[in-house]
Design a protein around this ligand. Sequence first.
Ligand code: NAI
Ligand code: A1CAB
Length: 258
Amino acid sequence: MKIGFIGVGAMAKAMIKGYINSGQVNASDIYVHAPHKEKYREFAKATGINCSDSNQEVAASSDLVILATGPKQVVDALKDVRENLNGKILASIAWQISLERLEELTSYDLPIIRLIPNVNVEVNEGMLIYKANENLVDQSLADTVKNLELLGKMIEVPEDKFDVSGSLMGCTPAYAYLFADIFSRSAVNHGLDKQTATQLAAQAILGSMKMIEKSDKSPSDLIDDVCSPAGGTIKGLLALKKSGFEKAVIDCFDATQE
Ligand SMILES: NC(=O)C1=CN([C@@H]2O[C@H](COP(=O)(O)OP(=O)(O)OC[C@H]3O[C@@H](n4cnc5c(N)ncnc54)[C@H](O)[C@@H]3O)[C@@H](O)[C@H]2O)C=CC1
Ligand SMILES: O=C(O)[C@@H]1CCC=N1
């Protein structure tokens, strides 16, 4: 399957790296275009993907056309390619742009899948939510989902839950990175070198997330298992609670929904 990207920003680059890392997609089958070529020329050269001369050329060269512009640029980008999408599948990752709006901006018989990926697609550990329109069904839908599963887990979500689910899995990587960063810096403050501190924090978080995934205990029960009576963890946990950590996290999530 040939894959095109309209827009070559942070998320398109992460998806492209994920596709290539998967070993199932050749760089020579990936086509990209965005207005500022100088911003991705080096990336294209390093990965071996094709730089097209226009959005139309990307669409014409691809079977799956991934719209990866910011939400405000969707109208212009689709104006460019709407005549080149016959026989293609359109995938959009643009935040808050509904399937209905995508159909309005293209045609009502185009197979379209709306997605929110997260940046962890780069290492094939992404979480992607999706909803397809009624023109993308049966084998075509199954093939498209299988293709995107090269990048991580795909979960179908109703469109009215896209904003809340999208924040949870789309924004959370930034907060997880922040958590790892703060903990490792705190260890540096107590004398550990940054590289070791980052490695230890990352593996501790990675293993903890696997426990949540694989264990039949709730996160709250897992917390109890770490908190030895009168030990360091419970003291740290209560310090977090006292300093308003939970409220801060709730405020953070609420802010993503504004
Ligand atoms: N960064 C992330 O973690 C996530 C981003 N998204 C969504 O993905 C989309 C892209 O996000 P980022 O990559 O972070 O943004 P970005 O700003 O890094 O990339 C946007 C790209 O679109 C290009 N572009 C702008 N107008 C264009 C046009 N008319 N034709 C072709 N290309 C055009 C820009 O030059 C740039 O390469 C957004 O809609 C965002 O909501 C969704 C989930 C997660
Ligand atoms: O911050 C944003 O708007 C995008 C969508 C989810 C992650 N990044």
